[in-house]
Ligand binder design. Structure first.
Ligand SMILES: *Cc1c(COP(=O)(O)O)cnc(C)c1O
Length: 223
């Protein structure tokens, strides 16, 4: 899409979204120039789904931004992911958490993470099932270099935005329950509920999202 149109859409969305909600630009398949247009319009968070694509694009995007891994992360790419990403939104196993902790500790670095929840119980989708979440949270809390910031979900693709509401509501409830069980300092850090995409972000915001991840709404249809 034309860069000026991307800038216009970004400004428009940023104006409509309540100030406590962060807009992340889901940048998969988008060119560096398109991503830079979004940053020029005031977007500060970028999401990429693949390590390799982020490695290729990040050097071409000098603007200050926080880069989030929003795709599935294989353990054998964890080291490279740490070099290119600032946040991981898709933590969903103890094995990956262990691998990350082992890489982070010697570097003296901490990584903000969200636990991905498979809230729609879709067999093909990543994420822990809701009933598995408390156990994984307990395990992650033992790793001093993982900063547990909250939860992330990708509900089933909606036909109508309202289709997503029960899933968002279920996520908000899980979020409150986990937060309520954490000691005060950790509860304060646990402040991010990443849910809502172009088709349903308004419903997500109504149900308590603190971060929405937008691709099409900012950049137009993917080619
Ligand atoms: C592509 C993608 C988005 C954005 O999708 P749109 O429907 O284009 O807004 C959000 N989150 C994740 C994990 C994605 O892969």
């Amino acid at each position: 899409m034309e860069l000026r149109e991307i800038e216009r859409r970004c400004r428009e969305i940023l104006r409509r979204v309540p100030p406590q909600v962060t807009v992340l630009a889901a940048a998969k398949d988008r060119a560096p120039a398109e991503i830079r247009a979004a940053l020029a319009a005031g977007i500060k968070h970028l999401g990429e789904n693949y390590v390799q694509e982020a490695e290729r694009k990040r050097p071409l995007i000098p603007e200050k931004a926080t880069w989030h891994m929003i795709g599935r992360l294989q353990k054998n790419k964890a080291k490279r992911a740490l070099e290119v990403f600032d946040w991981l939104q898709t933590l969903d196993s103890l094995e990956l958490a262990q691998k990350l902790e082992a890489l982070l500790a010697p570097r003296g670095r901490t990584l903000p993470v969200l636990v991905q929840v498979n809230v729609g119980r879709e067999p093909q989708k990543a994420g822990v099932l809701p009933e598995e979440l408390p156990t994984l949270v307990e395990e992650i809390r033992k790793f001093p270099h993982l900063r547990l910031k909250g939860l992330m979900a990708i509900p089933p693709a909606p036909k109508d935005p309202e289709d997503s509401r029960p899933y968002f509501r279920a996520m908000a409830k899980l979020f409150r329950e986990i937060k309520g069980e954490l000691p005060p300092e950790e509860a304060e850090e646990f402040d991010t509920l990443s849910m809502g995409m172009s088709a349903d972000w308004e419903v997500a915001v109504e149900e308590g999202a603190t971060m929405i991840r937008l691709g099409t709404a900012l950049f137009g249809p993917r080619l």
